[in-house]
Design a protein around this ligand. Sequence first.
Ligand SMILES: Cc1cc2nc3c(=O)[nH]c(=O)nc-3n(C[C@H](O)[C@H](O)[C@H](O)COP(=O)(O)O)c2cc1C
Length: 138
Amino acid sequence: MFSTTMPTLKIGDLQAQIPIIQGGMGVGISLAGLAAAVSNEGGIGVISSIGLGLLYPQPGKNFAESNKLALRKEIRKAKALTDGILGLNIMYAITDFDDIVKVALEEELDKTKVLLRKTLVALEKHVQMDIDGDGAMG
Ligand SMILES: Cc1cc2nc3c(=O)[nH]c(=O)nc-3n(C[C@H](O)[C@H](O)[C@H](O)COP(=O)(O)O)c2cc1C
């Protein structure tokens, strides 16, 4: 583990030993390996959800379906590589934003589920969308 005098980073009930959140870099850079490495050093490792379907093309499946499957694989791979804190970068502008959010919630990135939910509640109110499929919007 990296030794430092820097302050820890507290987000909700999560505490990163070093105050670094790795950038989400899509299309195959911020994948499980990088995220787990950062997380293992005490920072917050981030998987980018952008363009994952390109890396794991699924025969007979469209790009959105490939994206979802690939995201599940990367999250599971990262969780197997670290017990540290992991996050997920999801760009709101993408068309399958809500599907990606659902996969992230289903895969439970540590306690991120709680943080993500809080964020989503705020977002849901803001954009008037039914993210958790409960029929309620905002
Ligand atoms: C190759 C590359 C891919 C990136 N992909 C994403 C992405 O998928 N999602 C995102 O929010 N930002 C993405 N970014 C932006 C970075 O996460 C980061 O915000 C940006 O590089 C600015 O960081 P800096 O101010 O520390 O230089 C990408 C940046 C690079 C260089």
